[in-house]
Ligand binder design. Structure first.
Ligand SMILES: Nc1ncnc2c1ncn2[C@@H]1O[C@H](COP(=O)(O)OP(=O)(O)OP(=O)(O)O)[C@@H](O)[C@H]1O
Ligand SMILES: [Mg+2]
Length: 346
């Protein structure tokens, strides 16, 4: 009798479904009651009592942490798409997740079911730690492959390939109407961060005494990033010694952005060549690019040109917001997931 009462009470609780994309550069959360948040995946702790007093906080998250980064010890808990496994990074990641959840104010007492998008080839350990971290905040948690979540959001579920170019990794996933198997997925650390690092290296070797930070390189790439033919000259202000110089970085940017193309083309080709021969041609025509890297100008055309040499392909950049397509797909998947799947790993 008591149990029956308890069950009835549980059943009347509101159910909230949540999609989480725990990316290298950002965390994006979307809920079925219309809430969302996108925050930079950065956590900062004041370096000393002075900075702590000045900032009036013991910990800062996301953009706020980046803004005050010189006074902070900065943690970026995800590297190359994978959660770092030391205690401090795990605790930073958990704090950031809690901060984001608090910011969207989930209804108290609701039952919350979340799907976490993770890189296509995330290790068992990485999935386990992320699941453990999240268990404190949600009633039920599962993980799913990030690019599959994107496909689910787009409703592209048969003979489709998603190429998700993020910050830490590019993730590829073949979708064939079911949940993907390991052989349908591929992930490699050639993505936005690779471009930023290549850009820093080439500018500082062309112009000795130039100082280029990771944030500058990222900003310039996001403003001008392109592959193939430039649309305009990319002129930026580069700090050199104690002043700044206006420099054209068009060639350096082109080379840096193009540095990730060969691995992407190789990955696409491999996933096509190992697909069921009857459906390879259809798969070839359905290649979709998502993630922040999809905003690199011309990326679809240049990948298509490269594929033309090895059998051809039709490449399309997704029209949806590339930063939230993964979390929205994870949400959709959470809503559609049968009750008895909760608690199992996908
Ligand atoms: N306009 C732009 N042009 C080129 N690159 C961009 C642009 N805007 C953002 N990016 C880059 O996209 C990357 C972030 O993309 P995204 O949010 O998809 O990554 P993530 O999900 O955090 O990372 P990952 O999937 O690797 O874990 C960063 O490297 C960022 O600099
Ligand atoms: Mg991502």
């Amino acid at each position: 009798m008591a149990d029956e009462k308890k069950n009835n009470k549980t059943e009347t609780k509101e159910k909230i479904f949540i999609g989480v994309d725990f990316g290298t550069s950002k965390i994006a959360i979307t809920t079925n009651d219309g809430k969302s948040v996108v925050e930079q995946n950065v956590v900062g702790y004041p370096k000393d009592p002075i900075s702590s007093k000045f900032l009036k906080k013991e910990v800062l998250y996301g953009n706020e942490a980046l803004k005050h980064r010189v006074a902070l010890n900065i943690f970026r808990p995800i590297e190359n798409g994978i959660l770092k496994t030391n205690k401090d990074d795990i605790s930073a990641a958990k704090g950031l997740l809690e901060h984001c959840i608090n910011s969207i104010k989930l209804p108290k007492d609701a039952q919350t079911y979340a799907i976490l998008g993770v890189p296509a080839e995330a290790s068992v350990l990485s999935k386990k730690i992320l699941t453990e971290i999240s268990k404190d905040f949600f009633t039920g948690v599962m993980v799913a492959s990030d690019p599959f979540c994107v496909a689910y959001e787009l409703g592209l579920l048969e003979n489709v390939m998603i190429v998700d170019i993020g910050a830490g990794t590019t993730d590829l996933c073949r979708v064939r109407g079911t949940l993907p198997e390991p052989e349908d997925m591929m992930s490699f650390p050639k993505a936005g961060d690779t471009i930023d690092n290549a850009l820093i290296k080439s500018i500082t070797s062309d112009y000795t005494n130039a100082v280029v930070t990771k944030e500058m390189a990222k900003r310039w790439k996001e403003e001008f990033g392109f592959v193939g033919e430039p649309a305009k000259d990319c002129v930026v202000e580069v700090p050199v010694d104690s002043s700044t110089l206006e420099l054209s970085i068009t060639q350096e940017l082109k080379t840096a952005c193009e540095s990730i193309i060969p691995a992407i083309v190789e990955g696409i080709t491999k996933l096509i060549s190992t697909y069921d021969p009857d459906f390879r041609e259809e798969l070839r025509k359905n290649i979709f690019i998502s993630g922040g890297g999809s905003l690199i100008r011309n990326i679809d055309a240049v990948i298509e040109e490269e594929l033309a040499i090895v059998g051809g392909g039709k490449v399309t950049v997704i029209k949806e917001d590339p930063f939230t397509a993964g979390s929205k797909g994870a949400l959709k998947l959470a809503i559609d997931m049968p009750d008895d799947y909760w608690g199992k790993l996908v």
